[in-house]
Design a protein around this ligand. Structure first.
Ligand code: UGA
Length: 445
């Protein structure tokens, strides 16, 4: 089937390549010329395990192409829309300008080249009410298309797996029953290769589908901030949050995942999604329902600030001219994404306070050089740690968690480490003569 994917950022590019992998003929559209050229050559514009192979196969076998020209989507039966919905420059609300711009040009093409039963399938994370607005917009332009809201739950680092074998698939359908049923059947055809894995496929109205996505991300953010709040208690009392989380996680009602205390959550999704959700609740007059998310956000900010304070305390108050090695720049391992990265927050704060900071990351250094040319970098952990008076582990790449304490100890000036992700074994590092401090592990501070 001929499909289009509009917006070839993280979500869109992986979705386009995955749909081509399922055997569809896919055209990906993006306004970024450089990105389109790279994708057309089969080169991933970001780091994502497994994506390069999929992309190359799709492009080489002629099922997948990329363009900046919206006109090329003419004739497709299904148009997936996966453009970014970042936080607005002022305030918490989502910026829908990319979505609206994409829809304006898509609807113009669809009006000129009508395809009976065509679908516009929204995948971006949007404020509740957006799908209904877009369906109305189609009508007002005289475009006979059905809008479906089909949120995406992919995690960076697992994007291909999460797209081709997701935990669940959600279709938000319009009120018009006949149009909804036809849309559902067509989408089932598109996703036949995904649905064959037997995951639940839930059919809801628009509002529910839109809310599932932000509710899921809010829950994940809340779980992380919950354990980080408990980490503060652990610090005040001498408890160890990693042992506590382990004990909590054995309760099946709670589960062990997303209970890793540390410098908190970052990235292009959780932080901006909880803020946009609060903003939307305010517009709907139910802001009180989500005031707890303010606290989730505040706890999260406090943990990264706490890591900076730990470094200051290590040096007796001032980090000026002190050499600090920072292991990790990306917001999480297996990603080169620097958006709202706690590691980068700590690095830039310490640089701002006059510390002599060297950052290393297995994948994210090119992006770091481009955006933060004033930050010193080193190609690997050993090089970053030469003469360091303090080492801070802030992104738990296996390159770092597998480090040998004695070997690293031979290059540093002082054997002192702050483990901002609680990813190291304190006993092992202490046995090698390191002063080890974790987050919420007061017994070892
Ligand atoms: C998140 C969601 O997990 C996806 O389901 C969702 O589709 C995606 O946002 C999105 O909206 O597009 P992602 O941002 O890739 O995915 O990253 P996560 O794996 O959720 O991690 C987010 C942050 O939380 C990272 O900084 C990570 O280090 C941190 N984290 C995670 C913790 O601090 N502790 C944990 O226990 C788990």
């Amino acid at each position: 089937m001929k499909l289009s994917v509009i917006g070839c950022g993280y979500l869109g590019a992986v979705h386009a390549a995955s749909m081509a992998e399922l055997g569809h003929e896919v055209v990906g559209v993006d306004v970024d010329v450089d990105r389109v050229e790279r994708l057309s050559r089969g080169e991933p514009p970001f780091y994502e395990p497994g994506f390069a192979e999929l992309l190359r196969r799709g492009v080489d076998e002629g099922r997948l192409r990329f363009t900046t020209d919206m006109g090329d989507v003419a004739g497709a039966r299904v148009h997936f829309v996966g453009v970014g919905t970042p936080q607005r420059e002022s305030g918490y609300a989502a910026d829908l300008s990319h979505l609206d711009a994409a829809m304006t040009s898509l609807l113009a093409v669809m009006a000129d080249h009508p395809v009976p039963g065509a679908l516009v399938v929204g995948k971006s994370t949007v404020p509740v009410g957006t799908a209904a607005r877009l369906q109305e917009w189609c009508g007002s332009e005289g475009v006979a298309a059905t809008v479906v809201w089909n949120p995406e739950f992919l995690r960076e680092g697992f994007a291909v797996q999460d797209t081709l074998t997701p935990d669940r698939v959600v279709y938000g359908l319009p009120e018009d029953r006949a149009a909804g049923e036809a849309a559902r059947d067509l989408l089932d055809e598109v996703y036949a290769g995904v649905l064959s894995h037997g995951m639940p496929r839930l059919v809801t109205n628009y509002q529910t589908a839109e809310l599932v996505k932000v509710a899921a991300n809010s829950f994940l953010a809340t779980k992380i901030s919950f354990i980080n709040a408990i980490a503060e208690l652990c610090e005040a009392t001498g408890a160890d949050v990693t042992r506590l989380a382990e004990a909590l996680g054995h309760d099946e009602r709670i589960g062990p995942k997303f209970l890793r205390a540390g410098v908190g959550f970052g990235g292009g999704c959780l932080p901006k999604d909880i803020r946009a959700f609060m903003a939307r609740a305010g517009e709907l007059g139910v802001d009180q329902a989500l005031t707890f998310l303010r606290e989730v956000d505040a706890i999260n900010q406090r943990r990264r600030q706490h890591a900076v304070a730990m470094a200051e305390r290590h040096f007796g108050g001032s980090v000026r001219d002190r050499r600090v090695a920072i292991l990790g720049a990306a917001f999480k391992p297996d990603s080169d994404d620097l958006r709202d990265s706690p590691a980068l927050y700590v690095a830039t704060r310490l640089v701002g306070q006059g510390a002599d900071v060297v950052v290393t990351d297995p994948i994210a250094l090119p992006g770091l050089h481009a955006r933060y040319p004033h930050i010193q970098t080193a190609p690997n952990a050993r090089a970053a740690c030469v003469d360091a008076e303090l080492v801070m582990l802030l992104t738990e790449w296996t390159d770092f968690t597998g480090l040998e304490p004695d070997q690293l100890g031979s290059v540093v000036k002082e054997r002192a480490i702050i483990d901002g992700r609680n990813a190291l074994d304190p006993a092992r590092w202490e046995a090698a003569g390191w002063s080890y401090r974790g987050m919420g592990r007061a017994s070892t501070t």
